[in-house]
Design a protein. Structure first.
Length: 340
């Protein structure tokens, strides 16, 4: 099977060595898959991508031999599943690799905010050991609201239990067994927004969740709430977030994701394609404002980025590719549409 691995780092190649030994022809490319370069991979039967690639109808039109899209991520909102089904292309993901990893990052952001760690570290590096203005807040006794109780959300709730936090959760499909085991309480979204001191987002991007934390949602929150988002940037209306930060409704935000994150990440690409592609420049500008606010702490979509989690991603991805080649597909999120 001809496999093109996109967004490939040099150290990742060793993970695919066994597949190459089994006769698969693999090429490695640092760039993401997109309409501009899709024709370069016209002979690929499988593409192995990460989150900055785009697989839509236009890209698929340039890949006539494609049979498999294997994404090295849990989320697959960067892939047009109906278009893949219609063309007889299977899509698989990595359903589980970083539950504890991302959950730990949530508390890295929260502790950074609660203990003013960024300012404290920068200050002492300058030789200033004054604690003036560094007053923070305890987690114990505060109420954490978790929106989305999949594997990551449950890990967040479990860690919060160790900090002595009160814990509320909201999910379209409540997990009663998990609530009993971890001793947290489900409630409706309105109640969570009104009662939580800290809100952490753990839902996928869907038409239903896109922009769910908007002006109205911020209006229902407590004064001085802390918002943590390690899920998808599109869940939060960044213009509403900026207003909430400016008024003090939101005390601080910890963000591992932004709506126009791929563009912010590749500033040179923005300049190169300024007049060739359509971006939401108003949202892009809001992202840049957030990057410079002292009560906003942004990491570069790195919550998953530990050695252990990355190895799990590669192990599952290789197993997905091998399974498909042997007509035993694994971790399938979209199957070819059956005829008749």
């Amino acid at each position: 099977m001809r496999i093109a691995v996109l967004e490939a780092e040099s150290w990742e190649r060793t993970a695919f060595a066994d597949l190459e030994a089994e006769g698969h022809r693999i090429t490695y490319h640092k760039e993401p898959l997109e309409a501009a370069n899709a024709a370069d991979f016209a002979d690929a039967e499988a593409v192995c991508i990460f989150i900055y690639s785009t697989v839509d109808a236009g890209v698929l039109d340039a890949l006539p031999r494609l049979r498999l899209v294997a994404t090295r991520s849990t989320g697959y909102d960067h892939i047009d599943l109906p278009a893949c089904r219609a063309r007889g292309i299977t899509v698989c993901n990595v359903p589980s690799y970083g539950e504890n990893t991302v959950a730990e990052h949530v508390f890295g952001l929260l502790l950074t905010i609660g203990h003013n760690l960024t300012e404290a570290i920068d200050r002492t590096r300058r030789g200033d050991f004054s604690p003036q203005g560094l007053e923070g807040f305890d987690l114990r006794g505060r109420t954490l609201g978790v929106i989305g109780t999949g594997a990551i959300g449950r890990h967040v709730l479990e860690i919060a239990r160790g900090f002595g936090m009160e814990r509320l959760a909201h999910d379209k499909y409540p997990d009663a067994a998990a609530a009993e085991r971890l001793d947290f309480h489900y409630c409706d979204l309105d109640t969570l927004l009104r009662q939580a001191d800290v809100i952490s987002l753990h839902v996928p991007e869907t038409p239903e969740t896109r922009g769910m934390i908007d002006e109205a949602a911020f209006g229902r929150m407590r004064e001085g709430v802390v918002l943590i988002n390690t899920a998808r940037g599109s869940l939060v209306d960044v213009h509403a977030l900026l207003r909430a930060l400016a008024t003090g409704k939101v005390r601080a935000a910890g963000l591992d994701v932004l709506p126009e994150e791929p563009v912010v990440r590749e500033e040179l690409e923005v300049l190169r394609t300024l007049f060739q592609q359509e971006y939401d420049y108003r949202t892009l500008l809001a992202d840049h404002v957030l990057l410079r606010m002292r009560n906003v702490f942004i990491t570069p979509h790195s919550a998953f980025n530990t050695r252990e989690a990355l190895q799990r991603i590669l192990d599952v991805t290789v197993a997905n590719l091998r399974g498909f080649a042997r007509d035993q597909p694994r971790s399938v999120v979209a199957e070819p549409r059956s005829e008749g």
